[in-house]
Design a protein around this ligand. Structure first.
Ligand SMILES: NC(=O)c1ccc[n+]([C@@H]2O[C@H](COP(=O)([O-])OP(=O)(O)OC[C@H]3O[C@@H](n4cnc5c(N)ncnc54)[C@H](O)[C@@H]3O)[C@@H](O)[C@H]2O)c1
Length: 288
């Protein structure tokens, strides 16, 4: 496999495109928003320059950049062997994109989605070639992260699943093979369970956010506590994901959402707004 197409040039798409280009693939990154494309290219160039200055790039940055091209539409799918979709987390939008990709891409192309909460099975339902679809769930910041979940739905061809695992290894990442399509897959499912318990403990006044996080860092060796991580992800995003769990009947993973809802109502979105469970406005990011 040599040619990869990445759909969406946002937080995740830009990181995926960069990571694939660094690993030697020819990458085409698409986005209907020209500003998103130019922002992504600037970010990638800056990221590569930083890695190069630290001696952490195997090839000169300009060689990596030369493997990366951009487009405003999906026509380039005709030449792609693997297509990784990282468009916004909206089911209808993703359905439209995959329908168009099936029309444009070669029949043997592999289609992958980076969705974090939509079941792969749901996306496969509308497809003419559902056996060519799998989930490739990258985590941010993608160029530094060491893990990618590879998710099969019931109808994914074994060969496609194996190609997904192989792709991840070729990117220098460890694949986590998810053999059944359950909501939130593996790592987000485990994390969401911990987060919802943490939120309920804070809500009930059993311990403060800082104490719960300190407990998980010192007691279980977590690098960040669950509420620190929620601040990092953004509480608006956390709330969308919790609602998605509730819609799927996964109430255990949605516990504590009232607290998140209230914080979002107050504009406390975590790091992105300067306030969340912690205060990020002062020097040294003092705790709230
Ligand atoms: N942000 C995270 O931490 C994270 C982690 C894992 C998975 N994900 C998933 O990755 C996907 C992308 O998330 P993101 O954070 O990069 O979002 P984002 O909003 O940063 O980027 C999405 C990009 O898609 C573009 N887009 C809109 N319509 C499009 C279309 N029709 N075709 C192609 N591109 C289109 C937008 O212009 C935007 O640039 C979502 O499914 C999300 O759930 C996100």
């Amino acid at each position: 496999m040599q040619r990869i197409m990445v759909i969406g040039a946002g937080v995740m798409g830009a990181g995926i495109a960069q990571t694939c280009a660094q690993a030697g693939y020819q990458v085409l990154m698409t986005d209907p928003d020209p500003a998103a494309l130019s922002r992504a290219m600037d970010q990638i160039a800056a990221f590569l320059a930083k890695l190069e200055s630290k001696g952490q790039l195997e090839q000169p940055a300009d060689k990596v950049l030369a493997r990366l091209s951009i487009a405003g539409d999906l026509a380039g799918a005709a030449g792609a062997e693997m297509i990784i979709e990282a468009a916004p987390e909206k089911l209808e939008l993703k359905r439209e994109i995959f329908a168009e990709l099936e029309r444009l891409a070669p029949a043997e192309a592999i289609l992958a989605t980076n969705t974090s909460s939509i079941p792969i099975t749901t996306l496969a339902q509308g497809l003419a070639r559902p056996q060519r679809l799998l989930g490739l769930h990258f985590t941010p910041p993608v160029p530094l992260s060491r893990l990618v979940e590879v998710i099969r739905h019931e109808g994914t061809d074994e060969e496609v699943f194996q190609a997904g695992l192989e792709l991840v290894r070729s990117l220098g990442r460890e694949p986590l093979a998810v053999r059944k399509d359950v909501p939130a897959f593996v790592i987000n499912r485990v994390f969401a369970a911990a987060l919802s318990q943490a939120l309920e403990l804070v809500e009930q006044g059993v311990a403060s956010a800082q104490e719960v996080d300190m407990g998980m860092r010192l007691g279980y060796g977590w690098t960040l506590g669950p509420l620190q991580t929620a601040d990092l992800v953004g509480l608006d995003t956390v709330l969308l994901v919790m609602r998605s769990f509730a819609r799927q009947g996964e109430y255990k993973l949605a516990g504590g959402s009232a607290l998140v809802e209230e914080m979002v109502r107050q504009g406390r979105l975590g790091r992105k707004s300067g306030q969340g469970f912690y205060d990020y406005t002062g020097a040294g990011h003092k705790k709230a």
